[in-house]
Design a protein around this ligand. Structure first.
Ligand code: LLP
Length: 420
């Protein structure tokens, strides 16, 4: 459920007609709905209520906009961060350091130090090497880092190859076969309170069974570690729940996910953390774009050329991802089109042979389900600027990220003297 809908023939975000935003901010522009974010935050929380006191850490990578983080903070969420930059954003949004979890396979020394200095709540350690480095830094500072060991359960998440993280050949986590040995070593280090295990097998999961298989393995490991005398109090079950991008896609509901987790983790006696991203932010955003022109195709359908491109929304080019494409003021007529951006490569294609609302030059349209992994993956390829972002709240709205002009980007560049 989201708050983008036609009213009087015009698509609105909550109570704001999208043409108003296009008129005042220009296009392309991401538009987020606060009510949708809040609704998803609450649905996810309610779904986990049977588990008692859990920690919810919004995956900042899915949408790091400060206003979005502020909404999540007000909903009582902490943050799952994967870089110093995300860590600083979470703090800037008012999240308590104790509510921040630091994931990622390549945390640098500087990032580990930053996490320690800020006294974040948990480091998810992805290798023995990282664990040793963290312990050493913490011991030098005279503090104790709270940590879990991220394991790689060797489970196929059944999602796109580029967003699968839990197979043995993926770079993430410590293989289960090495987990006990690694845990024993790291648990003995001064500076580290290794208190549990973390897992995350991938994103946009449309089936619960790989998650369940991974969680079963985590449960067995927890029992194993306890038998070996370790004190295991925390388990982080990551994110990954999918969202519907197109008609007929039926991801498990948060309630079904919660019920599965409750069943599998029964009796574990640990404090659970979750790192949802897409399931909260995905349907809470659209990318609003204007048709530049419609061009006749060669031997296929016409090209609808929009002013958004792969640099603004990379998912179709990167993963072949589907985003519904809808007219902001649909006439009722339909067409079949190739929907493309202006960038000079064929990869800049949002959809091929897509049946969609009939559109003409100058008209507005949206790519749906663009609230997660949208603006955050933007680039300035082809010397296009960085796309603007807007948040709507009922009938009010605000620009929550300025468009960054190509000139601002080139201002950061220099031609050295010896080249003048
Ligand atoms: N926790 C960890 C450790 C992660 O790596 C991720 C996502 C999440 C949580 C959040 O997962 P979610 O609930 O959003 O599925 N750019 C790709 C998605 C990459 C996901 C990376 N990790 C896309 O556009 O589909």
């Amino acid at each position: 459920m989201d708050h983008f809908a036609l009213r009087g023939g015009v698509m609105h975000a909550e109570d704001v007609p999208l043409p108003v935003i296009a008129q005042e901010v220009g296009t392309p522009v991401y538009v987020y709905s606060r009510a949708t974010l809040e609704r998803h935050a609450r649905v996810f929380r309610d779904a986990l209520a049977p588990l008692g006191d859990v920690h919810l850490a919004f995956a900042v990578k899915s949408n790091p906009n400060l206003a979005v983080l502020k909404v999540m903070q007000r909903e009582g969420y902490g943050a799952d961060v994967v870089s110093g930059g995300e860590l600083m954003r979470a703090l800037a949004a008012g999240m308590a350091p104790a509510d921040i979890v630091f994931s990622g396979v390549g945390k640098t020394r500087a990032e580990l130090l930053l996490g320690l200095e800020k006294r974040i709540g948990q480091f998810n350690i992805e290798s023995r090497e990282e664990g040793r480095e963290l312990a050493e830094l913490a011991a030098e500072m005279g503090v104790e880092a709270q940590a879990t060991l991220r394991i790689n359960p060797d489970v196929d998440a059944g999602t796109h190859e580029k967003i699968s993280t839990g197979r043995a050949e993926n770079k993430f986590g410590i293989p289960l076969v090495h987990a006990r040995e690694a845990f024993a070593e790291l648990a003995g280090l001064e500076g580290l309170n290794l208190r549990g295990v973390a897992v995350h097998i991938g994103s946009q999961l449309l089936d619960l069974s790989p998650l369940e298989a991974a969680f079963e393995k985590v449960g067995a490991l927890v029992a194993n570690l306890r038998e070996a005398g370790h004190n295991v109090t925390h388990v982080d079950l990551g994110g990954g729940l999918g969202v519907p991008y197109k008609a007929g896609e039926n991801p498990p509901s948060p309630a079904e996910y919660g019920a599965m987790v409750a069943r599998v983790t029964k009796g574990w006696g640990v404090h659970l953390t979750f790192e949802p991203g897409r399931v909260i932010a995905g349907n809470a955003g659209v990318l609003l774009t204007r048709v530049v022109r419609v061009k006749r195709g060669g031997n296929g359908p016409p090209f609808v050329i929009v002013d958004a491109a792969m640099n603004d929304l990379a998912r179709p080019a990167l993963y072949g991802a589907w985003h519904d494409f809808e007219a902001v003021e649909p006439s009722g007529e339909r067409m079949t089109a190739n929907i493309v951006g202006p960038i000079c490569e064929t990869g800049d294609t949002f959809a091929r042979d897509r049946e969609c609302d009939a559109l003409q030059s100058g008209e507005l349209a949206v790519f749906r389900t663009a609230g997660a992994y949208g603006a955050t993956m933007a680039s300035s390829y082809n010397s296009r600027g960085f796309v603007a972002e807007v948040m709507v709240d009922g009938s009010q709205w605000a620009v929550v990220a300025d468009r960054i002009a190509p000139e601002t980007i080139s201002d950061a560049e220099r031609v050295p003297e010896w080249l003048e």
